[in-house]
Design a protein. Structure first.
Length: 181
């Protein structure tokens, strides 16, 4: 195999499965920033997102033989990371999904200077349940049923949060204020 940067994810995963640490290192280099960004969009603080990214990559390394190449390696690691985040949230008993915030308004946008992209600013303006469900569905590729099981809520509730959150994102991303930037 040539230089790792030129190999496909599948080639690198096969090599990593045979014990090639350089190949896995390249897979990790490619996917870590995207996985950490997804976790931040889901609501994880930056330090926790970085820790969970490392945990997900370690889990992927330990289970590399299970990667079948059905989709991008990055997507596989994103699903692992999303599940780790949800498991942690459940363990800390902080998940509170409610139909609407008590005052009827959505969460204030995050002020984190790392949020440079319009999509990040828009996601930050969603309510916490919408942000979490939209990120899991669109960012990590989980189904409504998978999210429902992970959050211990009915799939219909998840679908409502994804639908409402997606509609808000379309509105926020199409606003004249965004186009003026």
């Amino acid at each position: 195999m040539g230089p790792p940067r030129l190999a496909s994810d599948i080639e690198l995963a096969l090599a990593a499965g045979r014990g090639d640490r350089r190949a896995f290192g390249e897979l990790a280099r490619r996917s870590a920033p995207v996985v950490a960004a997804m976790l931040r969009r889901m609501g994880a603080p930056a330090a926790l997102a970085d820790d969970l990214t490392q945990d997900a990559l370690l889990a992927a390394l330990n289970a590399i033989a299970g990667y079948r190449g059905d989709g991008p390696f990055m997507g596989w690691v994103m699903r692992i990371a999303a599940r780790l985040y949800l498991k942690r949230r459940r363990r800390e008993a902080r998940i509170v999904l409610m139909a609407d915030p008590p005052d009827g308004r959505t969460a204030e946008p995050a002020t984190d200077s790392d949020l440079r992209l319009d999509i990040d600013r828009a996601i930050a303006r969603l309510s916490p349940p919408e942000r979490l469900c939209v990120s899991l569905h669109h960012g990590a590729g989980l189904t409504y049923d998978e999210i429902g099981r992970a959050l211990q809520v009915p799939p219909g509730t998840v679908k409502s949060h994804v639908s409402r959150g997606s509609a808000k994102l379309r509105t926020l991303l199409a606003s004249p204020e965004r186009r003026a930037r």
